[in-house]
Design a binder for this molecule. Structure first.
Ligand SMILES: [Fe+2]
Ligand SMILES: [Fe+2]
Length: 182
């Protein structure tokens, strides 16, 4: 289904960011330094690309339609996904706070960033796995007749984000991956 393929493609991009976070975390855990601007770019990517764009497509469109088509929110897999999105936001808040402290010269802030980033990585990797292998196949069974409508609504969300913004973030994560790997 085109709509779930779009979301799975975004998962592959989000996984690149998880790799970036892991690289930076390792540096910080080993007592190395990372430019705060780079860490801020990670948080900005997660908030914009992962949360405002990708999670909005899931929460506002795909999961909402699964509910309309009879899948209960509470006690079901959709409820779990929503709760995990919320947990993710908690880790991101922790990362943002740690970057502020890091810039102020707080000695423990790099490790605090890494702790939250590691939490986020663990949460999101299993979350993505569940969506790719369980939730999206369920959605494909339930919503195949409205696939093109879903695609249209996803494109609306991208447009609201701004022209070319989605593509720009795809490039940003590639740059960060190169930088963090060196
Ligand atoms: Fe999700
Ligand atoms: Fe997702």
């Amino acid at each position: 289904m085109d709509s779930t393929h779009m979301l799975m493609h975004e998962h592959r991009i989000i996984e690149k960011m998880l790799n970036v976070l892991s690289n930076y975390s390792r540096k910080l855990e080993q007592g190395g330094t990372v430019q705060p601007e780079r860490l801020k770019a990670c948080v900005d990517f997660i908030r914009t690309f992962a949360d405002t764009c990708h999670h909005a497509k899931e929460e506002g469109v795909l999961f909402a339609e699964m509910e309309t088509h009879g899948m209960p929110r509470n006690g079901g897999p959709v409820g779990v996904m929503l709760a995990e999105h919320e947990m993710g936001r908690g880790y991101v808040k922790g990362m943002a706070k740690a970057i502020d402290d890091y810039e102020k010269g707080d000695a423990g802030a790099g490790k605090e960033f890494a702790k939250n980033a590691r939490g986020y990585i663990g949460l999101l990797s299993q979350h993505i796995n569940k969506e790719d292998n369980i939730l999206y196949p369920m959605a494909e069974d339930m919503l195949s007749d409205m696939d093109q409508e879903l695609v249209g609504r996803f494109e609306e969300i991208e447009k609201r984000l701004g022209e070319g913004v989605h593509e720009r973030y795809e490039k940003i994560v590639d740059q960060l991956e190169r930088d963090s790997g060196s």
